[in-house]
Every structure is written in structure tokens, then in C-alpha cells.
Design a protein around this ligand. Structure first.
Ligand code: PPS
Length: 319
């Protein structure tokens, strides 16, 4: 069998439409990554579930199979979510619960936590990171933004604990804009151009709604906890307790109180000393902060976009 027929993947290159701003400066070609239906049999989805192709940088193709065959451990905890949905916040809550409390520790973030596909930030880091992940002592707490079908097969057969974070698309888009323009410096367009990129499903890991809906479908699995950013922020104490219960972690009441204080955005901002190009990763940490930067016109466009994409679902964003 030739390599193409035996591959579980379907890759299609797409170009940024002429006259449109691209998600990554100097890159006009991206990848739509999907899997063949016959390669999805290990997934806890109905047989006819239609997975959307995921919009990624072309370098994903080099790593796709390494991710698919990645060795998962039963005591791993995987923190998943569309980028900018609060995954790093939850990563820090979970790391403290799983790896012993140390409230003087600098919060983990983009360059210090375990992240499956950091190649999206820097392609050279891809293989280095896989090695790092394979060598990391248990219990590992691993972040990823991939949709279910592009994640390691063993995530669904070994069944480690998985936490999924969902956040409203307007705050996600604003947060993404600041991260890509101010921190990673790979985007130099306007905020409106970035919003259009989202609305046209040309943001990395798009389509955003399909990402959330795929995991929403899995919300009743006993090894998956589906959370949303806005609820977590509205009652941080209840959220931390819920996460601890799901992970079957034991703690004292004092530790729990301290953990909640440790993972407040203000405290994480204070303890985090690695600004990227002067950008503070722990930025606003608000629900609804988009109103300061999104015009009425774009709020309407985003709301219509969301309504259209959720019309057949019972999933609702808190805002
Ligand atoms: S990434 O880069 O994709 O991994 O980003 P991710 O961690 O998923 O999401 C980043 C946003 O989460 C906010 N954040 C927090 N909010 C509330 N409380 C705490 N402790 C917290 N930690 C991180 C972070 O500030 C980003 O949102 P914005 O809107 O940019 O502030």
C-alpha cells in the first residue's frame, strides 16, 4: 500500500484569499487537516459523526503522525480547549493539585508547561517538545488545542482524565489578537482584520464552534470534564472544588483557599516574570472584556455567526 492510501489523514492546502489579511504574516498557505472516517473508529463518537477539517499551519503535516501515535499514560491529565479559552489557568490549578502545593511557584505558561503541539508557536520546537513530553515524569499535565480526531489515539483508549475549557468567541478573538500581535509578533493586521479572520474560519484551529461542539458531545464521558471560562470565573471556589473532585485529589481546606488565591489572575500576573516582548500573558482575565475593543457592528457579526453555528445544538455560551 502506498503511503497516501495507508495514511489516516486527509490534508488540503489552502491559500489566503487575495486581498484578505492572513493569520500569520508572510504565510499565505495553510493546512486543512482531517482524518479519514475509517481512522476514527477508536473515537467515542457516533459512526457518522462528521469531523470538521482543522485550520493549521502547514508544518502540522510533519508532526501529525507523531501526535497520533503519542504514548499516553493513564495518570496524565490533559487540558484541552480552543486557544485563549483559559487552558493555562486550568493547567495551573491542575498542576498544583496533582504535583503538590507550592504557592510560591511561578505559574506555568506557554514556554514552561507541557504542550503537545508547540510547533504552532515555533516549528523548530516540535520534535524537542515531543522528547520533553516523553521524558517528563508522571503525573504529566499536558495542554493541547487540537480537536478530538487529531489527538493521540491513546487518549481515547487509555482514557486519562481530560478537562476541556470553552470560552465565548468574542473574548477568544480579542485575546488571540493580542497574543499574536503583541506577544508572538506573527500578526501585524488590525483588530478588525483579525475578527474577519475568525468569522471566516481562517484562525488557527478553526472552526471554533465545531471545536467546542465536538467536545460538548463528549461531556458525559466519565474521564472528561467540560468547563466554561465564564462559569469558572463567576465562582472560582466552586470551580476549583469541581476540578479537584474530578481528579480525585485530596486537599485541606486551607490549601484549597490558598490555591484559589494563587490562581487569581492578579496573583498569577504578579508571579509571572516572563513577559513576551513586553506582553503579559496573564492579560485581562475577564468575561466580557471584548466590549472595550469590539465595535457594535462586530459584536453583532459575532453573535450572528455563533447563532448560526449553534442552531442545531443545545450548547450555549454564558455571554
Ligand atoms: S493559550 O495561549 O491558548 O494557551 O491561552 P489560554 O491559556 O487558553 O487562555 C488565555 C486567556 O486566559 C486568561 N487567564 C485567566 N483568566 C482568569 N483567571 C486566570 N487565573 C487566568 N489565567 C489566564 C488570560 O489572561 C487570557 O485571556 P485574556 O482575555 O487575554 O486576558
Amino acid at each position: 500500500m502506498d503511503k497516501k492510501t495507508s495514511s489516516p489523514f486527509i490534508f488540503e492546502e489552502v491559500k489566503t484569499p487575495i486581498g484578505k489579511k492572513t493569520m500569520i504574516d508572510n504565510e499565505n498557505t495553510f493546512l486543512l487537516a482531517n482524518t479519514k472516517p475509517s481512522s476514527n473508529l477508536h473515537l467515542p463518537f457516533p459512526k457518522d459523526y462528521k469531523f470538521e477539517s482543522c485550520f493549521l499551519s502547514t508544518s502540522f503535516e510533519d508532526f501529525a503522525n507523531d501526535y497520533r501515535t503519542f504514548k499516553v499514560r493513564s495518570d496524565d491529565v490533559w487540558i484541552l480547549g480552543y486557544p485563549k479559552s483559559g487552558t493555562t489557568w486550568t493547567l495551573n490549578i491542575v498542576s498544583q493539585l496533582k504535583n503538590g502545593f507550592d504557592f510560591s511557584k511561578e505559574p506555568l505558561a506557554i514556554y514552561t508547561g507541557l504542550f503537545l503541539e508547540r510547533f504552532t508557536v515555533n516549528p523548530e520546537d516540535g520534535y524537542k517538545d515531543l522528547e520533553l513530553l516523553n521524558k517528563a515524569p508522571s503525573p504529566r499535565v499536558i495542554q493541547s488545542h487540537l480537536p478530538p480526531h487529531l489527538l493521540p489515539v491513546e487518549l481515547w483508549t487509555v482514557r486519562p482524565k481530560i478537562i476541556y475549557m470553552a470560552r465565548n468567541p468574542k473574548d477568544v478573538a480579542v485575546s488571540f489578537f493580542h497574543m499574536s500581535r503583541d506577544a508572538l509578533k506573527y500578526y501585524s493586521g488590525t483588530i478588525e482584520e483579525q475578527f474577519d479572520i475568525f468569522l471566516e474560519n481562517r484562525s488557527l484551529y478553526a472552526p471554533l464552534h465545531a471545536h467546542i461542539l465536538a467536545y460538548w458531545q463528549l461531556r458525559n464521558l466519565d474521564h472528561l470534564l467540560f468547563l466554561n471560562y465564564e462559569e469558572q470565573l463567576a465562582d472560582r471556589f466552586a470551580a476549583v472544588k469541581k476540578i479537584a473532585k474530578f481528579l480525585e485529589c485530596t486537599y485541606g481546606e486551607e490549601e484549597l483557599k490558598e490555591l484559589m488565591e494563587y490562581t487569581s489572575i492578579e496573583n498569577m500576573r504578579k508571579l509571572y516574570t516572563k513577559p513576551m516582548n513586553g506582553f503579559q500573558f496573564f492579560r485581562k482575565g475577564k468575561a466580557g472584556g471584548f466590549v472595550d475593543e469590539m465595535s457594535e457592528e462586530y459584536i453583532k457579526k459575532f453573535d450572528e455567526w455563533t447563532a448560526e453555528n449553534l442552531k442545531y445544538s443545545d450548547f450555549k455560551f454564558a455571554i
